[in-house]
Design a protein around this ligand. Structure first.
Ligand code: F6R
Length: 361
């Protein structure tokens, strides 16, 4: 049942305010400015002994894990990084007893992720799951975890589950942070930010008509470039993946800082750039990248907290806390991919060559 929407993708994008509300519900502890995660199966003493966190997932879940890693590093000051699950599995990784492994999956059935979890467990590692489907194979194999509570996702490409997975990581980061060195004040600040998300997502969804008009302009493009820095880079990767998957437009994502090391050679009027430009400590750096692109007559669509002078168009989104901004900045680009694909007459819920859950190697 699409509940009045033309596609499941549109329905699922629209459901995000409620979905985010669901992943937060019942978990916030205002008294101690932390969160309770019932299924984590990791007590405070154990949480203090973690030396490193390795996050494993595929596709969109991998991108959500990249943002998760930066949330954990920032709030809990535990070195963390994300890696595609199958790459991890086949490079014969050093499995370290002081590392906490986290498997990320919407379906909980992705074979590459499941196999990585099984290999880790066989070697005695502790593995948590950040999973959407309750009782799925990865959820069962893991020692504990955080359910994402996005609700059923039918469209082959993931939207609301991406957003909810990142929020679930923010909760985990806050929880670990408050056990370690995150102050009460910072805990409060993050909690207040989390509570603002559903309302701010609703505001962003109201930009749909504007985004639809923009998408019509870009629908004929042969290729597009997506750039961001640090937290904005996984947002660029995910937006680029979404566009590729449903419109079949070729797209690349780069850290903005890498442009001058090669991809700047591609910039010309026929290759538009989508830039993630949050109002944070990297704003001036990002603006410098826009200038470089403009100097080569590149067309620029910015997602930012204020109009960008160098951009041909800016989608202005509400500001949250710096840490949580990536959650909001991804949402207009889901709509952008959607309307670009729609303008090109694509079968949005069932893109060619793709399956919702990849249970084979
Ligand atoms: C992207 C997409 C895929 C999945 C990937 C992992 O829109 O749908 O990239 O994210 O196959 O799937 P899960 O999260 O079910 O493990």
């Amino acid at each position: 049942d699409m509940g009045g929407h033309d596609t499941y993708m549109h329905k699922e994008i629209s459901e995000q305010p409620d979905a985010v509300d669901r992943v937060l519900r019942g978990r916030i502890d205002d008294r101690f400015s932390t969160v309770h995660l019932g299924g984590l199966n990791l007590d405070a003493r154990e949480a203090r002994t973690i030396r490193r966190i390795k996050i494993l997932g595929c596709g969109t879940s991998y991108h959500a894990g990249m943002i998760g890693a930066s949330l954990i590093e920032g709030m809990a000051r535990i070195p963390a990084d994300a890696e595609p699950a199958s790459e991890f599995r086949y490079r014969n990784p050093v499995v370290d007893p002081d590392t906490l492994y986290i498997a990320v999956s919407q379906s909980g059935e992705t074979y590459d992720v499941l196999a990585a979890v099984q290999e880790l467990k066989r070697k005695g590692a502790r593995v948590l799951g950040v999973v959407n489907v309750v009782g799925s194979a990865i959820a069962r194999e893991a020692d504990g975890g955080v359910y994402v509570h996005a609700g059923p996702e039918v469209c082959v490409v993931s939207t609301k589950c991406f957003t909810n997975t990142v929020v679930a990581f923010a909760l985990l980061a806050l929880h670990l942070g408050r056990i370690r060195d995150l102050s009460v004040t910072d805990g409060k600040r993050i909690i207040e930010g989390l509570r603002r998300l559903p309302e701010q997502i609703s505001e962003i969804l109201k930009l749909e008509d504007e985004i639809k008009e923009l998408a019509a302009e870009y629908a004929g493009a042969q290729s597009m470039m997506f750039i961001g820095r640090v937290r904005g880079y996984p947002v660029a990767l995910e937006a680029s993946l979404k566009l590729k998957e449903i419109s079949y437009i070729h797209a690349e994502a780069y850290p903005a800082s890498e442009l001058k090391h090669g991809p700047l050679a591609l910039i010309e009027p026929a290759l538009p750039t989508v830039a993630i430009v949050p109002d944070d400590d990297l704003l001036e750096k990002n603006r410098a990248a826009l200038e470089e692109i403009k100097a080569r007559s590149g067309r620029i669509l910015a997602v930012a907290h204020q109009e960008q002078e160098k951009a041909d168009h800016t989608i202005v989104v509400p500001k949250n806390e710096d840490e949580l901004d990536p959650i909001l900045m991804g949402i207009p680009l889901q709509l952008f991919a959607y309307h670009t694909a729609l303008a090109m007459g694509r079968d949005i819920d069932k893109p060619r060559n793709l399956a919702k859950s990849v249970t084979v190697e």
